[in-house]
Design a protein around this ligand. Structure first.
Ligand code: GDP
Ligand code: MG
Length: 455
């Protein structure tokens, strides 16, 4: 079990001050085993471990962040990086219809993806057409026709007699005539990679010159995905992949193998790998329904691979980059009624660092009733207040009383920040209100444990 493996790895790091080659060796072994268990292919795991070790050793552990959290962050960031870092968008043709050719083994979900993609593109405002170039079973054409009706896009087919490349070509011609934005070509798959399938795909590709050639891969394929991607890429040349059936119990290891396909060459001792594909995963399928398709988010996949439990919250904590000392100082300030604009800034910056407001609020149970508009409003408010604090002098930030006492000062802050005098007064009043509230809170807590600002 991946999560357990990683947890035991982190536990071994507890209490350590710096990450060294020695003290990460054992956790790294655990991570390696855990990744292999998640079905990431061996060469990818090897390279990953090397790269993570390199990055982890020598990094100063951020103060206030535990070393095991720091290592999780390195592992997480590297996973995200390996999987492409960011969302990789579909490429559209500059003129004429964009042609998306789908390839992949039998049963991986190509035909389903046709409909899902069409629905996705329709929502983007693009007109679509599906082309039935799987001619081996009449049922395949029927399936596509039914799906097309369901999504409300036309399906071009010529029955089972015509050649797939000819169908694709005619389909494209029809789409041009109708000024359709995107055509998606469904093709036949085999149970295994074979010559006939590849040749047929090559012909179809030649006939329609696709903008995107997307390999559809079943996530359950696991580490086999690596080999699959390189054979398809070598034979027909792909522009990306779509990972399907992620709603199953796949741990997502395939994602890593698809994105970074390494071929192991030369002697093992020299550990040389050649990047074969590195093609991005563009979408993931998470179910049988039409809506179950979304862009591939490397960060979410990293979280899936790392496990969603405790480890993830470690990562999030590490990312807060909140220094223990800062927190303690802040706590002291609050207790001594000296909460000032610097503390205020620190607080808002902490919120910003912890991720956007919206994410934070989404994490609080029962808070999902907050509307996006309200969240945007709150974020805007914070920025608004920050812009006034930014033009205050250091003394003014330290001692808000100066602003409370001097209209001159408030006027100057208003002028320099482009706000009104009244808005500055409001901000100052707000700070004192916060102070008072905190005092009251502290009073109510007297006798109890002081609150842990770090959690
Ligand atoms: P093709 O042979 O590649 O065209 O595969 P199909 O599109 O016909 O799909 C094969 C089966 O997989 C069908 O029963 C689909 O409903 C199912 N399927 C496709 N995508 C997904 C997915 O993301 N999740 C799940 N659970 N099932 C899927
Ligand atoms: Mg099919």
């Amino acid at each position: 079990q991946l999560t357990t493996g990683l947890e035991s790895a982190w536990n071994k790091l507890r209490g350590v001050d710096v990450l060294t080659k020695e003290n990460i060796a054992e956790p790294m072994r655990d991570i390696r085993r855990a990744l292999l268990e998640a079905d990431v292919s061996l060469p990818v795991v090897r390279r990953f471990i090397e790269s993570v070790s390199e990055k982890a050793v020598g990094t100063d552990v951020i103060r206030g962040v535990k070393p095991e959290q720091q290592l999780v962050k390195v592992v997480n960031d590297e996973l995200v990086q390996l999987m492409g870092g960011e969302v990789s968008d579909l490429v559209f043709a500059k003129s004429g219809p964009t042609v998306i050719l789908l390839a992949g083994l039998q049963g991986v979900g190509k035909t389903t993806v046709c409909a899902k993609l069409a629905s996705y593109l329709k929502k983007m405002g693009k007109s679509c057409m599906l082309v039935a170039a799987d001619v081996y079973r009449p049922a395949a054409i029927d399936q596509l026709t039914i799906l097309g009706k369901k999504v409300g896009v036309p399906v071009y087919s010529e029955g089972t007699e015509a050649k797939p490349s000819q169908i694709a070509k005619n389909g494209l011609k029809e789409a041009k005539g109708k000024k359709t934005d995107v055509i998606i070509v469904d093709t036949a798959g085999r149970l295994q990679v074979d010559k006939a399938m590849m040749n047929e795909l090559k012909e179809v590709k030649k006939a329609v010159n696709p903008t995107e050639v997307l390999l559809v891969v079943d996530a359950m394929t696991g580490q086999e995905a690596a080999g699959l991607v390189s054979s398809f890429n070598d034979e027909i040349g792909i522009t990306g992949a779509i990972l399907t059936k992620l709603d199953g119990d796949s741990r997502g290891g395939a994602a890593l193998s698809v994105k970074e396909v390494f071929e192991f060459v030369g002697r093992q001792a020299r550990r040389e790998y050649i990047l074969v594909s590195g093609k991005p995963i563009k979408f993931v399928g998470q179910g049988e329904r039409i809506e179950d398709l979304e862009p591939f988010y490397p960060d979410r996949m990293a979280q899936r691979i790392l496990g969603m439990g405790d480890v993830l919250s470690f990562v999030e904590k590490a990312q807060e980059v909140m220094h223990q000392e800062d927190a303690e100082e802040l706590q002291k300030k609050i207790l001594s009624a000296k909460f000032n604009f610097n503390d205020f800034l620190k607080q808002t910056q902490m919120i910003t660092k912890m991720g956007s407001f919206s994410r934070l609020i989404g994490m609080i149970p029962g808070m999902n009733k907050v509307t996006p508009a309200q969240i945007r409003e709150a974020e805007k408010n914070l920025k608004f207040m920050e812009s006034m604090i930014n033009v205050m002098t250091p003394e003014e930030r330290e001692r808000p009383e100066l602003l409370a006492e001097s209209r001159e000062r408030r006027r100057r802050v208003a002028k320099d920040s482009g706000k009104t005098e009244q808005q500055v007064s409001q901000l100052v009043a707000q700070l004192f209100q916060m102070r008072a509230r905190m005092q009251k809170m502290m009073g109510a807590m007297q006798g109890k444990d002081s609150p842990d600002m770090n959690e």
